[in-house]
Design a protein around this ligand. Structure first.
Ligand code: NAD
Length: 355
């Protein structure tokens, strides 16, 4: 029996996590596996009930689990608290406590949602199904920061620093993910100007040499940003450092056109991971039964695939989501002419019915 630490969070978090759990339970019944859920607190609700955004019990419960399924945290009620007391501090805290160094963001355009893609049809005629593997704990976001004033001139710097170890483990993760997909990895850096990128390239090549079964390529980050809108079908797995990954993953997400459909995972060196939708807590629509549960449901399928080794069940859930969309059902955020708009609960029931 796999142990799942569940953090529903704030806003629409509880609604979309409940949907995902219903879908997981249906898949468990169909594919004969068992999940044991441990419900814990984080974010605004944790501040209200315990005084802190990330109670120790939550970290302990997460560490004692095989994976964490998270909704989203945050909301206006807690916006005026100091930075380290805000709901989002819980997110950063749990990522750090669990050593989650690899952020996995798939960008897949489901065929029935092709109209949501801002690119021309001819550009996406071969589909769009890629994964961005972003290093999450190094680079300029975590390197030494300094602001100095000298001779009346104020200047600031952020050190973009990477060790061979940090590069090697994230590139290995990308190769591992590619081995379960179309077997192609593109390493993205800026080796023509950055020293840290030159080390990145050197280490990435060593990892590539160990995986001759995976096709390996390299691309400069500026070219990658362009290729993502020019010919996104060429990519399978893109691996890159923290800052480049932050930007490229949002660009790739926009290509699918629908925030309510985007899942993510953050992994550590074991098969452990934290799985959450890309969207936030959407307080504007909380409690109205109109939130799109698909991003969280698809995050749960990533959990089945990456942490629990249940790829068959993951495939079945993804196919069920696509089938419901193909039947013309949409939540309000992805509604288009001629489609039937349904609420969170109905969408969940429809997907369950297709598993
Ligand atoms: P958001 O993603 O919550 O919402 C942006 C817009 O998208 C809103 O109009 C919302 O209604 C809509 N939306 C988002 N998810 C949807 C879904 N599943 N179905 C239908 N519509 C959906 O971003 P925001 O409004 O900038 O942030 C709201 C709160 O969420 C803030 O407190 C922010 O700090 C927090 N946040 C949390 C996370 C996280 O927990 N990982 C991520 C981003 C934002």
């Amino acid at each position: 029996m796999s142990k799942i630490c569940v953090i529903k969070g704030d806003g629409i978090g509880p609604e979309v996590v409940d949907s995902a759990i219903e879908i997981l339970n249906k898949a468990a019944e169909k594919f004969n596996f068992k999940l044991d859920y441990n419900y814990t607190l984080m974010g605004g609700i944790a501040i209200d009930e315990t005084g802190v955004p990330l109670p120790k019990e939550t970290v302990n419960a997460a560490k004692a689990s095989d994976a964490v399924l998270l909704g989203a945290v945050g909301g206006a009620k807690w916006d005026n608290l100091p930075g380290d007391k805000r709901p989002e501090a819980g997110l950063l805290g749990i990522r750090k406590a669990l050593g989650l160094y690899a952020n996995i963001r798939p960008a897949k355009l489901f065929t029935p949602l092709i109209n949501a893609c801002p690119l021309r049809r001819r550009v996406i005629k071969n589909g769009l199904d890629l994964v961005i593997v972003r290093e999450l704990t190094g680079g300029a976001y975590f390197g030494k920061k300094r602001t100095v004033t000298k001779d009346g001139v104020k200047s600031a710097s952020d050190l973009m620093i990477y060790s061979d170890f940090e590069i090697g483990r994230i590139v290995e993760t990308a190769f591992e993910i590619a081995s379960k997909r179309k077997k192609s990895v593109c390493s993205v850096e800026k080796a023509n100007v950055l020293e840290s990128s030159r080390l990145w390239r050197e280490i990435a090549r060593k990892v590539a040499d160990r995986h001759p079964e995976i096709q390996y390529s390299e691309m400069l980050v500026d070219n990658c940003a362009m290729q993502l809108v020019r010919n996104p079908s060429q990519f399978d797995v893109i691996v890159t450092e923290n800052l480049f990954g932050d930007i490229l993953s949002d660009e790739a997400a926009m290509l699918t056109g629908s925030l309510g459909m985007l899942p993510s995972a953050s992994l550590n060196e074991t098969s452990f991971g934290l799985y959450e939708p890309v969207h936030g807590s959407a307080p504007d629509i909380a409690g109205k039964n109109i939130a799109n549960p698909c991003a969280t449901i698809l995050s749960a399928t990533m959990m089945l695939r990456y942490s629990l080794g249940l790829s068959e069940a993951a495939d079945a859930i993804e196919a069920a989501v696509e089938a419901v969309l193909a039947d013309g059902y949409r939540t309000r955020d992805i509604a288009e002419e001629g489609c039937r708009v349904v609420g969170t609960d109905e969408m969940t029931e429809l997907i369950k019915g297709k598993i």
